[in-house]
Design a protein around this ligand. Structure first.
Ligand SMILES: [Zn+2]
Length: 265
């Protein structure tokens, strides 16, 4: 069984402020360790469930966050951004049995996590077929393109709820809850324990029940906070610019949506 894990930081237990997620700030060192510990817990749970190969995508900011010396010997790690539209899922293919997500955060415009955002932070909302989407939405649909089900997510409680709204059978571990700029969260040790157990149980369950159905046609709407960004991105081939802050793009396969996202942000 091959397992793919996409690891972010803004849904890690305890994280509350941007300085804790940014490489250039002193506090980042501590939270990068918690991010790594949660990812390692997911790897251990997967291994215990019978995973024979685990590929991890470091998917936050520089994509060079995870502390490599902490990773188990049976893990392969993908770092940096290749430019491929699979972005946070780069490295996945149809040979994987399951996709997992750690440290995931809710989308821009939600209040379940002080660090909620979608991709770059320049977007107020991103919609797919009329539904406001998160990074997880994009990534679970990306995995589905390869026929890979999304079976586990850890992150803030709002993100976990959204994940279940899209894929009711997905297993989740709610690491934290936001209250405006504050958070209430599990301790890092508590989240590690819950993630390890959660992943092992998730991979022992019915994986194929966690495969979302891809629509026949996709409409992407991107609303930027600043119209300047929308103008700059409006030259992508085939894109519409119906309002100063809004871009619209349609395609009949999800890869074309991912490609547009890759180039307009
Ligand atoms: Zn991130």
């Amino acid at each position: 069984m091959k397992v793919f894990i996409s690891a972010d930081i803004e849904g890690t237990a305890g994280i509350t402020a941007w300085d804790e997620a940014r490489k250039t700030h002193e506090e980042y060192a501590e939270f990068r360790e918690y991010m790594t510990n949660e990812l390692v817990a997911a790897c251990e749970g997967a291994k215990a469930a019978g995973a024979t190969e685990i590929v991890v995508k470091d998917a936050h900011s520089s994509a060079r966050n995870l502390i490599l010396s902490e990773l188990p010997d049976y893990v392969r790690i993908i770092r940096g951004w290749s430019g491929h539209p699979d972005l946070m899922m780069f490295g996945i293919d149809s040979s994987f049995s399951a996709a997992l997500y750690t440290g995931y955060h809710n989308k821009a415009g939600t209040d379940s996590n002080p660090l909620a955002h979608t991709l770059t932070g320049t977007i107020s909302r991103l919609l797919i077929n009329g539904e406001v989407a998160s990074e997880y939405t994009l990534n679970a649909l990306c995995a589905a393109r390869y026929g890979v089900p999304s079976v586990f997510l850890s992150g803030d409680a709002g993100m976990c709820q959204e994940a279940r709204d899209m894929i009711p059978q997905i297993s989740t571990v709610a690491t934290s809850e936001g209250f405006g700029p504050a958070t209430s969260s599990l301790s890092p040790k508590g989240s590690v324990k819950a993630i390890r157990q959660g992943v092992e149980a998730a991979l022992a369950g019915n994986l194929s029940a966690c495969l979302p159905k891809l629509a026949e046609r996709f409409e992407l709407i991107v609303e930027f906070t600043n119209p300047v960004e929308a103008y700059r991105a409006s030259w992508y081939p085939g894109i519409e610019h119906p309002a100063p802050r809004t871009l619209r793009f349609q395609a009949d396969n999800f890869f074309e949506i991912q490609r547009a996202v890759r180039f307009i942000m």
